[in-house]
Design a protein around this ligand. Structure first.
Ligand SMILES: *Cc1c(COP(=O)(O)O)cnc(C)c1O
Length: 240
């Protein structure tokens, strides 16, 4: 068995354990494998071990990787999630190549993604990125602006708003991690409870990475984004 497939098994076991601890059904948390900086072979190994959903930060790097991966014989179709910052000049690549974008934090980006989404593809699934801890140099809308952005984005024809995404500042201890994740969960529940038209499928809370996965699941994450826990340490600087 490859290291990657071993790691995947271990991460699935961690998620299952965290679900059990939280009294949540097994299988209520989706695993996104974050393959940024790793090559097509790493994606292939994970896919052969059963992984379907992949997260990428650097859009150009991702699109090149997808083209190579598309030539491999794989047991299933892969789903690609953009989890990195999206500048205006990159929206077309995201709209044309990805299935999901987690990092929508302003209406202008949502509009461009909707306008540029090809008719031949289903609507792009998006999450609104929220900045819950005021991390200064981080993207994401302020919590009190998230509902308005979700409402406006929900009116766009070629994107489907699926939920919220959060990247808290790293915290070493479980309790601090849990507190920020619980704030995200409360905001998520608040928005879901508003019954906004176009938010009927607002069901995804994208949070938790290798080091705060258990706290995120405890708080109610439905999608964890795990990179180093699956692929190992990232060694080389990413090409942008
Ligand atoms: C890199 C990255 C991850 C994965 O981080 P690990 O600590 O390697 O699990 C998850 N989410 C985002 C937004 C990232 O940039």
């Amino acid at each position: 068995m490859t290291t990657i497939s071993n790691n995947l098994q271990r991460v699935h076991a961690l998620i299952a354990g965290a679900c059990e601890q939280a009294g949540r059904p097994a299988g209520s948390v989706h695993l996104l494998a974050v393959s940024k900086t790793f090559g097509p072979d790493a994606v292939q190994a994970a896919a052969l071990a059963g992984q379907r959903s992949f997260g990428e930060n650097y859009i150009q790097e991702a699109v090149e990787k997808m083209a190579v991966v598309a030539e491999f014989e794989l047991p299933h179709r892969l789903e690609w999630h953009c989890i990195g910052p999206i500048q205006s000049n990159k929206t077309r690549l995201v709209a044309e190549h990805f299935d999901w974008a987690h990092t929508v934090d302003r209406l202008r980006i949502a509009q461009r993604l909707s306008d540029q989404r090809p008719e031949s593809l289903p609507p792009l699934q998006v999450c609104i990125q929220v900045n819950l801890d005021g991390g200064a140099n981080k993207s994401g809308v302020a919590p009190d602006e998230a509902l308005e952005l979700a409402r406006e984005a929900a009116g766009l024809p070629r994107i489907l708003v699926r939920g919220l995404m959060s990247i808290p500042e790293p915290a070493a201890d479980f309790e601090s991690q849990l507190q920020v994740h619980q704030r995200a969960k409360r905001l998520f529940d608040d928005i879901a409870a508003q019954q906004v038209k176009g938010l009927e499928r607002f069901d995804t809370l994208s949070m938790g990475m290798t080091d705060d996965l258990a706290a995120a699941v405890q708080a109610g994450s439905t999608m964890v984004r795990v990179g180093s826990g699956i692929f190992g340490r990232r060694h080389y600087p990413a090409a942008r």
